[in-house]
Design a protein around this ligand. Structure first.
Ligand SMILES: C[S@@+](CC[C@H](N)C(=O)[O-])C[C@H]1O[C@@H](n2cnc3c(N)ncnc32)[C@H](O)[C@@H]1O
Length: 245
C-alpha cells in the first residue's frame, strides 16, 4: 500500500483553481483558501476549509495516514487515519486525537506501525504553542526525525508552517512547496512536501559495483549501508532490522 503523487488528479478535482505544477522535479503552486473565519470548531490554528481535501487531491492510492498535531481534525472514513496531539481539545463536541502524546517522541507510540502519508500542522511560534497550554515550541527538526522513523519508504510528509522546517537530507527529500494564503491581514504559510526515499533511490547499479572494493562501508546520517561481497544491504538502525535490496 502506498500513495502516489498525481497532480493531474488535483486538476480534475479542482478544475477552476490555479493548478499545482510539476517542473524540473519540483512541485509548486499557490492555494488561496478564503473564508478562514468560518472554521468549523473555532479552534486556534484549525485548518482552513478544504485544506485536507486539497492535500488528498494530490494523491492517488491508499495507505496509513497520520494526522500529526491533529487538533480538531475530523477523521475521513475513506482513509485509514490516525490522529495524534499532545492534549485533548477540551470540549466534548470537538474531535479528540486517537493518541495523546509528544511529537518529539513519536516513535515511542507506534511500535511496528509505519505510515504512508503524514500530514502535520505544528504550532508555528512559541505564542501559538502557549495557546495550546505548551510551555515550549516543539523542536521541529526532532519531529521530522521521529516522522522518518515511523514512515514507510516512499512515505510523503506534508508539513504546514510559516517556514520550511529544518530536516536531514538523508532522511527526507524536499520535493515541493505550495504557498497558502487565507485572506488579508493573515499569515502567509507554506506547505512543504517531503518524500522518504524509496530503497531503489539508494541503489547502486551493477556496473558501479564492479569498481568498488569487496567490502565498502559508509555511514549515512541515520542508517548504515554496506556493500558486502557485491551485495547491497540496507540497514535501518532505527528499525533495528536489515534488509537486502
Ligand atoms: C496548529 S494546531 C493544529 C490544528 C489542526 N490543524 C486542526 O485543524 O485542528 C497545533 C496542534 O499541535 C498540538 N501540539 C503542540 N505541541 C505538541 C507536541 N509537542 N506534540 C504533539 N502535539 C502538539 C496542539 O495541541 C495543537 O492542537
Amino acid at each position: 500500500m502506498s500513495f502516489n503523487l498525481n497532480i493531474e488528479k488535483y486538476k480534475q478535482i479542482f478544475p477552476n483553481y490555479p493548478p499545482v505544477v510539476q517542473s524540473n522535479n519540483w512541485i509548486y503552486g499557490i492555494w488561496m483558501i478564503g473564508n478562514y473565519y468560518k472554521r468549523k470548531y473555532n479552534y486556534h490554528g484549525e485548518y482552513p476549509p478544504s485544506y485536507l481535501k486539497r492535500v488528498y487531491a494530490l494523491f492517488e492510492g491508499y495507505g496509513k495516514v497520520l494526522h500529526l498535531f491533529s487538533g480538531v481534525v475530523d477523521k475521513n472514513e475513506q482513509y485509514d487515519e490516525t490522529t495524534f496531539d499532545i492534549s485533548s481539545t477540551g470540549y466534548e463536541d470537538r474531535p479528540q486525537a486517537d493518541i495523546l502524546g509528544d511529537a518529539e517522541k513519536l516513535n515511542n507510540y507506534f511500535n511496528e506501525v509505519y505510515f504512508d502519508l503524514i500530514i502535520a500542522d505544528p504550532p508555528y511560534t512559541l505564542d501559538d504553542a502557549e495557546r495550546y497550554g505548551c510551555t515550549k515550541l516543539v523542536n521541529k527538526k526532532k519531529v521530522l526525525h521521529e516522522c522518518y522513523k515511523i514512515a514507510n519508504d516512499g512515505c510523503y510528509l506534508i508539513w504546514l508552517d510559516l517556514m520550511i522546517p529544518i530536516y536531514t537530507k538523508k532522511e527526507w527529500k524536499l520535493i515541493g512547496t505550495i504557498g497558502l494564503l487565507t485572506g488579508t491581514n493573515r499569515k502567509v504559510r507554506i506547505v512543504s512536501i517531503f518524500k522518504k526515499p524509496e530503497k531503489k533511490d539508494h541503489c547502486i547499479h551493477e556496473e558501479d559495483l564492479a569498481n568498488l572494493p569487496e567490502m565498502f562501508v559508509y555511514d549515512t546520517l541515520k542508517g548504515k549501508e554496506e556493500f558486502l561481497k557485491g551485495k547491497y544491504v540496507s540497514w535501518d538502525k532505527d528499525r533495528h532490522n536489515k534488509s537486502e535490496v
